[in-house]
Design a binder for this molecule. Structure first.
Ligand SMILES: [Zn+2]
Length: 283
């Protein structure tokens, strides 16, 4: 399924169309006006304001309040275009690339990319479906001139349900103390975990069914136990950080990683409308 740039621009030709979409998404389930209680309320757009008003009582709704667009003076059409570009990209879109495509300043495009990545954060534990969950860590190369590889790279923990979703976390050090809370928060206890034989996973067997695979011996498959799915994710992430972002600081790595995780989780869907829905779904 494809959603083209042309389709997007025809659906959202101007800021009024964008605002209308957000207002409707926000109020899709509104059976009655929250103020006067009239059923199936009719709202009209207030002229020159980013606001809609109930025909019966004058109750006003500002769809952008509490969203990533609230404090922005950038036109909504540019925001939608940026969200579109991030949604169709395979390797991620750098702020520099957004600047080129949208004609905004670097500062603006950098902030937009950062805010859109906030929409891409995902929650919810894995392990509902009874499939094994691979847990592994990788080191992503950072900026700087350190000679020691690990000094200059940031560990990322990940858990992926075979055939399902991924959860990730950027940590300062990959240790038992950082791995266990990550696993508890992202995988239901009692699930089957596949890891390598790293000592950071030595406690998981107290809470999970645990099988390990020996990486050092190049034994990637043992009795059907692998961490191949997660390695596919990590190698794509590394390629993209190298190619698109040219190594990132640990500070920004977390938001890039959540962008990649989101892309992985929604790889079979059209991501653009999913992200627009998340704009108005306030926490
Ligand atoms: Zn009303």
């Amino acid at each position: 399924m494809r959603y083209t740039l042309r389709q997007m621009q025809q659906t959202f030709p101007d800021d009024a169309a964008c605002l209308d979409f957000l207002f409707k998404a926000l109020n899709r389930n509104m059976a009655a006006c929250p103020k006067c209680g009239v059923e199936r309320p009719g709202y009209y757009r207030v002229k020159n304001r980013k606001c809609y008003e109930c025909k019966d009582c004058g109750n006003q709704i500002y769809p952008l309040v509490g969203t990533i667009f609230q404090k922005s003076s950038t036109p909504l059409t540019l925001w939608f275009h940026a969200i579109y570009l991030l949604s169709v990209s395979k390797n991620g879109v750098s702020a520099k690339e957004l600047e080129r495509q949208l004609g905004t300043s670097y500062k603006t495009s950098h902030r937009m990319a950062k805010m859109i990545r906030l929409l891409m954060q995902e929650r919810g534990r894995l392990g509902r479906h009874g499939f094994p969950i691979e847990v592994d860590e990788a080191y992503i190369k950072g900026r700087g001139k350190h000679h020691n590889y690990h000094d200059n790279s940031t560990p990322v923990l990940a858990a992926v349900e075979v055939g399902g979703q991924i959860r990730t976390r950027v940590v300062e050090k990959a240790t038992l103390q950082t791995a266990m809370p990550f696993i508890f928060e992202n995988v239901y206890k009692g699930s089957t975990l596949h890891t390598d034989e790293s000592k950071i996973y030595k406690q998981v067997k107290q809470y999970y069914k645990h099988d390990s695979v020996r990486h050092i011996a190049k034994e990637f498959v043992r009795n059907g136990v692998t961490t191949n799915h997660i390695e596919g994710f990590f190698s794509q992430l590394k390629r993209s950080v190298d190619g698109t972002f040219h190594a990132v600081s640990p500070y920004y790595l977390a938001s890039y990683v959540s962008e990649f995780a989101y892309r992985y989780n929604h790889r079979t869907e059209v991501m653009f409308p999913l992200l627009l829905e998340k704009v108005v779904r306030r926490p």
